[in-house]
Structure formats: structure tokens, C-alpha cells
Design a protein around this ligand. Structure first.
Ligand code: ADP
Length: 831
């Protein structure tokens, strides 16, 4: 199959990762891979030299001639496809794209070719680049039937009838229209004698798949669009920076963020950036006049001593009468009514650009792989699919259903049916909205729970610090204060508890914690078993009605110990929860723990720099050692996000056989690089992958075996992987999970408190771990968890990400390079 890929509409980070994955995966499946420059514009323009005889106006005589030639060509096509990766290594066009020598100049590329074939090596290094390297454009011509007919002709000229479109809902609507019109378009082309009967027959159907590339995260039926996480990251970086200047001058800032008609970016930025107020299109202010409500809220914040105010406005924010709510207007209100020194910051296009974050490399890669599979299995009867991600699984949904559902949200808002719009955005969106309100607003005493429902919550951090621990604590503390509960921060883990190192944090005290890395409470690995009786006594002394332990495997272990000790100590008969937070992501049963996203980003940042240095010396392999204990999650996902050549995990181990093959693979790979144009390559090794084949042993081995082909160096990332500032994904996840923990605690506290104190027997369900399974939040009693834990290796018995290890090697071409025979190589090379 010949597959062409184009990116269209607004650019977004991660588009390159998608193109790269599709090109590589297509080649691995024996397809010929093409890219279309400048989106639909390139498709409509086509190639100056395209099509040779076919495609020029054909008269009947010429048609016969062309048909004979085409029949021959078709025979070629029906032969076994060229599965040899080595024949697909280079076509050069990708290189040209990167060098910028064929940029779009005055509506024409220098070479006058918009549809070009690419090889395996053309897309290397594309991961770390923002935007789209193959170009995108808005194209009016494609909206017309004539334009689409030209596009069809240009594809047929190159013998292509499979297309991947990566873009927003506009681009995908265009794509769907193109596919449905295809049969009639090519009939027209045939009757105009622009294509031959043979071409008409050979390209009767267009196979098409859509990927959603959009920073807005506005597409229905997928949880995340390509580029949205990076855009959110850019916004949060801006808010973090603004926070410090706002604090210094005691200023208010009104930030306008992108998102068109979707409030996802604004809402998530509001949560992750710890904003005071947000305006989003789906939920216009209900209290009118809203200016009064906003001022009252911000005044309450200022009254408790807050020095900074951040208001986030989505570009599509409107009031209930659909009048736009503008940043400048909000600024005037804050200045005039509250006397605040207020500034407006419009983030604009900085939100689009920049290096993609880890998630914007991982998801597009997985989606790209699925897109190629979808094309290969497409028949004229199958619908046009859109590849998305739902509940942590890559999905295929009928493209038009997704576009229709997306349009329905816009329609609902235009019809002022905001409840419906929110409903259509899905339950998680609503949860985030309520969550933002719960942690950002300050309530009066009259709005709090009655005294008999209030509780005292102990919050403890355990194990190594992880991004999001403080964010989770902030949300729990603020929720407690909102409800009238008493949050009690235990400093320095169970050791601190035994030393009475406990205090009551305030609403303002935790204000800046959203963006703080590490652990504000302090953490260590001391388990409660160090002095169970003492711990029980402290639970009684501080009158804990519930306990929240935030941490990794130790936290899970602590909860287990406390649960088992309920037999002896009544003080433990209270709801106790564990919120997983560890960069290793080794807590059983949960797909994500807080900190793992931050850590992946830290890994990607460090390795981008390392790879640059490795590439500068042209022929260098970097062996990068990651943390992660006995769990290879960070190493594996990091390898996928970085396009590493090899990955070694504790689960897979390292053997002499593997090493022998890996050395052969690396030698073959370097041998096939264009001389002088080798690239630096990464090998990711988890710290516990092997006690014998250490990072230093591996590096020395590669140096020895690389000979004149390549050199090797090592880097150990160690604690840098804990990351500095937590990622927005970790922050918002922290907030969401902490609030879920609070509902769990309140519910079980209420049930328990109906019994007299002495008779309280908390069941096993009240000591539980909050997990994410298939994207859903699920509670697992800690006793149940034990069945799924490999206690000796401190990880789960199964890993959802196990398949990624193979994928990393496939996308590096390891099986193909290893399977290559001497005859596959250029004649002058000896393997
Ligand atoms: P996005 O894909 O980000 O939503 P646009 O809405 O601007 O961005 O669409 C990008 C391109 O997709 C347009 O310039 C046009 O070429 C094509 N397109 C959009 N809508 C249609 C449509 N209804 N029919 C045909 N082509 C369309």
C-alpha cells in the first residue's frame, strides 16, 4: 500500500511524532510512505512533475498505451510488497524538509513537489521538534469540489489511495467529505480523461484515517488531542512565572488562553496554575451580575492576605447571553472595583509552539501505529476512522460520529443550553470544574458542614518525593477548610508523627503548593511498624478521624500494616487511604501514580540535550541510566518518548545473548548511516535491569565493540528524574484524586460515626488505595491489592505497558536490521 500523510489546520506539538510513527510503522508493514506538504494545499497543488503520462489529458489512443503501462505497474503493486526496511532507509526528502532548503516560498516549494516519498531515516529526530515539519496551511480550494478533484488527481498520479490526515475538526470534516466523494470525483476525472480506466479501477476507494491534532482538546470521543498536553504545559509555565511577579507586586493578572470554543485548556490551567477564577465557554457565570460574584470571591481571597490574583479567561468565554467576556473588561472591573493593580497577559501563539512534552510524544506514537493498522484493514465498507484515546486505550471511532458530537457541543452553547454542553463534554470535565471551584473558592462559615459531620484528617507523605504530592495536599487541605474539617499536616512521615511534628495548614499557607516539586511536608521511608503502638497513640492524641497517605510502595505497605494492626489498635478503625505518588509508577493496579508524568518529562528534557550532544559527535551511543527501582515503567515509556534504540528493564533483564544481538544491531545500524551523517543514539537502562551488566559495563562493551563505527558514553540521571516543577498533568491529576479521596473519607466517616466510638469497627473496604484503571478511578481495598503485588520486587504482578518494550525495538528497526542478510546491503558494505 502507498500511504500519504498530511497535517492540516492549526499546528500542534506532537504532530511530528505522529508522522514519524506512521512513516516507520508503515515501512515495517511493507508500505510505501509519502508525505504531503502544506496540508490540503499541497494535495491540491500536487507535483509539477507528477504523473508523467497518466494525468495529462489522455486521448483514446494514448489511453490504451497508458493502460498497458499501468497494467504492468499494477502487477508490480500486487506483488509481495517490499518489506525490506533497508531499501526504505533513505529517500532524502525528509532531510530536505529538516534543512529547510525546500521551504514554502511564495506559495510554492522550491522543488515544486508537494507529495514526496520518505524513507525510514527521513523522519529521525522529529520527536523533539514542535509544530509540524511537513507544513500545514488553511486551504480554501479544498472546500470546493474542484479543489478536491485536483487533490484526488494528484494522489492518483502518484498511485496513492490511502491517506492519514492529522488535524482539527475542520480538517477531519474535509477528510471525511473527500473520502465519501472519492468515487464520484474519480468518475469525473475519468470522464474528463484525466485518468485512465485502469487508474479508475485501481483506485476505486480512498482509504482514510484521521488523527486529532489540536491544542484545544475540543474533539469528542477522545480524551486527549495531539498537542493539548504541551499547550497546557506552556500555559502553566507562563502562570508559574506570572505568579512570582504578581506576588512581588501584589498584582492581579488576567490571562487569556486559547482553546476556541472549548474551555479545557483554561480549566486545566486554572486547576494546575492555582488560579482564583476562570471563565470558560461551557459554563458561563450563573450568578448575575457576574462581575459582583467575581469581585466578592477575589475580595475574600485578598481579605485573608493573598497577595496575588490570577484570573484565566478562555478565548471563547461568554456570558449566558453569549456576549464575549474579554480580558480587558475583567481588568477594568478588578482595577475600578477592587483597586487592584491589574495586568492583562494574552499568551497567544506561544501556547502552540515548542518542544512536545512526553505525553505528546507517547500518545501520537501509539496513535500512529494504530492508524497504519486501521488503513491496512480498511475496506470500502468500513467507516472512516478517527484514532483517539479513551480511558488510556488507543481507540478507533467513526470519524463523523466524533465530528458530529463535537459540533453538538458548539450548537448547544449557541442555543444557550449550557447544561447540555457540559454534559456532552463528559463527566471528567464536570468533575474538574467542580474540583476547581472546591479548591479555589473560600466559603463562609455558614456554608460549611454541620459540626457533627466535620472530621480531623491527618495527611502524611511517604517514600521518595514525587511531582504532585504537594498539589494533592493543597487540594485536600483546601477542601477540608471549605467543608469545615480540620486538616492536620504530619511532617517528616511516621517518624515525624511520633515526634509530634504535626500542624494545621491554612488555606493561604498552601496557596503556592500547586507548582512546588518535592515534598513540602517532608518524607522518609520509615514504616509505621517502627512503633505501631506509638503510632496508634498519636492517632488518638491528634484525634485523627481519617488518614491520607501520599506516596509510593512504602505508602501502600504502611497502609497494609495499619490495616492489619486494626486487630490490636482501635485508633486505626478510621477511613485510611493511600494516594499513589511515585516516579517509579510501581504501585500495583494503578496505571499512573502522581509524579510519573513529571519524571517522564524530566527524562525527555535531559535526553533531548544528551542526544544533541551525542549527535554533535555524530557517532556516539549514550547509555542513559534511569531510576525506577525494580519497575521499568520510566525507562520503557521514556524510551518510547525519545525514540531510543534499545531499552533494558528489570522485568526483561539483560543476558549475554541479548547483548550480543544488541551490539550487532547497533553495528549494522551505524554501518548503514550516510557517512558523516550518523546520529547520536540512545540506550535507556533502568538502574535495576541487571546487577552484573551495569551501565558502566554496557558502555565499555559498546566502546569496545563499536570499533570505528561508534563510540559510547554514559549518563546517570539519578534524582534529576524527580523533576523540578510538577507537570500540569500531575498537578491536575493530583487535585482530582485528592478530592476523590476526600469524598471517600467523608462517606466512610459518616457511616462509621453513626456507631458509638468504642464500637467502631472499620471494614476492610475502609483501608483502600485509589487507582486509575482503564482511565477510571477505582478504589481497591489494600488487602485486595496484596494479591496483585509482587512484594519482593516492589511492583505489580502485571504491567499494562509491557507491550511498549517490543514497540520501542520495532520502531528502532531492531528485528529488521538484525534479520538483514549480506545481500540486503549495498555492495561495498561488509557486515
Ligand atoms: P482545524 O482542522 O484545526 O479545525 P480548519 O477548520 O481551519 O482547522 O480546517 C483546516 C482546513 O481543512 C481548511 O483550510 C480546509 O482546507 C479544510 N476544511 C475544513 N472544513 C472543511 C469542509 N467542510 N470541507 C472541506 N474542507 C474543509
Amino acid at each position: 500500500m502507498k500511504i500519504a500523510i498530511l497535517t492540516s489546520g492549526g499546528d500542534s506539538a506532537g504532530m511530528n511524532a505522529a508522522v514519524r510513527a506512521i512513516v516507520k510503522c508503515g515501512i515495517l508493514k511493507g508500505c510505501e510512505m509519502w508525505i504531503v506538504r502544506e496540508g490540503y494545499e499541497g494535495l491540491v497543488r500536487g507535483n509539477d512533475d507528477g504523473g508523467e503520462k497518466a494525468g495529462q489529458k489522455v486521448n483514446d489512443e494514448a489511453e490504451k498505451l497508458v493502460e498497458a503501462e499501468l497494467r504492468e505497474k499494477r502487477n508490480e503493486i500486487t506483488q509481495e510488497p517490499d518489506k525490506n526496511l533497508l531499501h526504505n532507509l533513505r529517500f532524502g526528502d525528509g532531510e530536505l524538509l529538516r534543512d529547510g532548503t525546500s521551504e514554502y516560498v511564495g506559495g510554492r516549494t522550491l522543488k515544486g513537489r508537494y507529495i514526496v516519498r520518505v524513507g525510514w531515516d527521513d523522519v529521525r529526530g522529529w520527536f523533539s521538534e514542535g509544530g509540524t515539519l511537513i507544513g500545514t496551511a488553511r486551504c480554501a480550494a479544498f472546500r470546493t469540489r474542484e479543489g478536491r478533484a485536483a487533490a484526488a488527481l494528484n494522489l492518483i498520479k502518484e498511485g496513492i489511495d490511502a491517506l492519514v490526515v492529522c488535524g482539527g475538526d475542520g480538517s477531519l470534516t474535509g477528510a471525511d467529505l473527500f473520502r465519501s466523494e472519492w468515487p464520484s470525483l474519480i468518475q469525473d476525472l475519468h470522464s474528463q480523461k484525466l485518468i485512465t480506466s485502469a487508474q479508475l479501477e485501481a483506485h476505486a476507494h480512498l482509504k482514510l484515517v484521521g488523527l486529532v491534532g489540536s491544542i484545544d482538546n475540543d474533539m469528542s470521543m477522545t480524551d486527549m488531542t495531539i498537542g493539548a498536553p504541551t499547550a497546557l504545559q506552556r500555559i502553566c509555565e507562563a502562570i508559574d512565572n506570572i505568579n512570582s511577579t504578581a506576588y512581588s507586586h501584589s498584582r492581579a493578572f488576567v490571562l487569556e488562553v486559547m482553546g476556541r470554543d472549548c474551555g479545557w485548556l483554561a480549566l486545566m490551567a486554572g486547576i494546575a496554575g492555582g488560579a482564583d477564577f476562570t471563565f470558560i465557554p461551557e459554563k458561563p457565570p450563573t450568578t448575575m451580575p457576574w462581575e459582583d460574584a467575581m469581585c466578592a470571591e477575589i475580595h475574600r481571597h485578598r481579605a485573608v492576605g493573598k497577595r496575588k490574583t490570577i484570573v484565566i479567561v478562555a478565548e471563547g468565554a461568554r456570558d449566558r447571553e453569549l456576549n464575549p467576556i474579554r480580558a480587558e473588561y475583567i481588568k477594568d472591573i478588578l482595577t475600578d472595583r477592587l483597586g487592584l493593580d491589574t495586568r492583562v497577559t494574552t499568551l497567544g501563539h506561544t501556547q502552540r509552539g515548542g518542544r512536545p512534552c512526553a505525553l505528546d510524544r507517547i500518545l501520537p506514537t501509539l496513535q500512529g501505529v494504530e492508524a497504519v493498522d486501521a488503513l491496512l484493514s480498511a475496506t470500502p465498507e468500513t467507516p472512516t476512522y478517527m484514532i483517539g484515546v479513551q480511558e488510556n486505550k488507543i481507540t478507533r471511532v467513526p470519524l463523523m460520529d466524533a465530528v458530529k458530537a463535537t459540533r453538538a457541543v458548539g450548537q448547544a452553547m449557541n442555543d444557550k443550553e449550557f447544561e447540555k454542553a457540559l454534559d456532552l463534554r463528559g463527566p471528567e470535565f464536570m468533575e474538574m470544574l467542580l474540583g476547581f471551584r472546591a479548591v479555589s473558592s473560600l466559603k463562609d462559615e455558614s456554608e460549611k458542614l454541620p459540626a457533627n459531620k466535620r472530621l480531623r484528617l491527618g495527611i502524611i507523605h511517604m517514600g521518595a518525593p514525587a511531582g504532585g504530592m504537594n498539589a494533592a495536599t493543597r487540594s485536600a487541605v483546601r477542601y477540608c477548610i471549605k467543608q469545615g474539617h480540620i486538616p492536620l499536616a504530619v511532617h517528616n512521615g511516621f517518624r515525624g508523627l511520633l515526634d509530634d511534628n504535626v500542624d494545621q495548614p491554612s488555606w493561604l499557607g498552601v496557596d503556592a503548593w500547586m507548582s512546588r516539586g518535592g515534598s513540602e511536608l517532608g518524607t522518609n521511608r520509615t514504616l509505621p511498624s517502627v512503633d505501631l503502638g506509638g503510632v496508634a497513640a498519636k492517632f488518638q492524641q491528634f484525634q485523627f478521624d481519617a488518614v491520607m497517605i501520599i506516596g509510593g510502595f512504602e505508602a501502600f505497605n504502611s497502609l497494609l500494616i495499619l490495616d492489619e494492626a486494626r486487630k490490636y489498635y482501635p485508633a486505626f478503625h478510621i477511613p485510611m487511604v493511600h494516594l499513589p505518588a511515585t516516579i517509579s509508577n510501581n504501585v500495583p493496579m494503578t496505571e499512573y501514580s502522581l509524579g510519573s508524568d513529571t519524571s517522564l518529562n524530566a527524562l525527555v528534557d535531559a535526553c533531548d540535550a544528551i542526544k544533541q550532544s551525542a549527535s554533535a559527535s555524530r557517532d556516539r551511543v549514550f547509555v542513559v541510566e534511569t531510576q525506577g527501582g525494580k519497575c521499568g515503567y520510566i525507562a520503557t515509556m521514556g524510551a518510547l518518548a525519545l525514540g531510543a534504540s534499545l531499552v533494558y528493564t528489570p522485568e526483561g533483564g539483560i543476558s549475554l545473548d541479548t547483548l550480543r544481538r544488541d551490539v550487532k544491531f547497533l553495528r549494522t545500524r551505524y554501518m548503514l548511516d550516510t557517512p558523516g551523517k550518523s546520529e547520536g543514539r540512545l540506550v535507556i537502562r533502568s538502574e535495576a535491569a541487571s546487577s552484573v551488566y551495569t551501565t558502566s559495563v554496557l558502555t565499555k562493551m559498546f566502546v569496545e565493540e563499536g570499533g570505528s563505527l561508534f563510540d559510547a558514553r554514559s549518563a546517570s540521571l539519578g534524582h534529576t528524574l524527580q523533576g523540578g516543577v510538577p507537570s500540569p498533568i500531575d498537578r491536575s491529576r493530583a487535585s482530582r484524586l485528592a478530592l476523590r479521596c476526600m469524598s471517600f473519607i467523608e462517606e466512610h466517616h459518616e457511616k462509621l460515626s453513626q456507631k458509638p466510638h468504642k464500637a467502631r469497627q472499620a471494614g476492610p473496604e475502609t483501608a483502600a488505595v485509589i487507582t486509575i484503571q482503564e482511565g477510571d478511578v477505582k478504589w481497591v481495598p489494600v488487602q485486595e491489592m496484596v494479591k496483585h503485588a509482587d512484594m519482593a520486587n516492589r511492583r505489580g504482578r502485571t504491567n499494562w505497558w509491557a507491550f511498549v518494550t517490543d514497540l520501542v525495538e520495532q520502531l528502532a528497526g531492531k528485528p529488521q536490521f538484525l534479520g538483514a542478510k549480506q545481500s540486503d546491503f549495498p555492495k561495498n558494505l561488509k557486515v
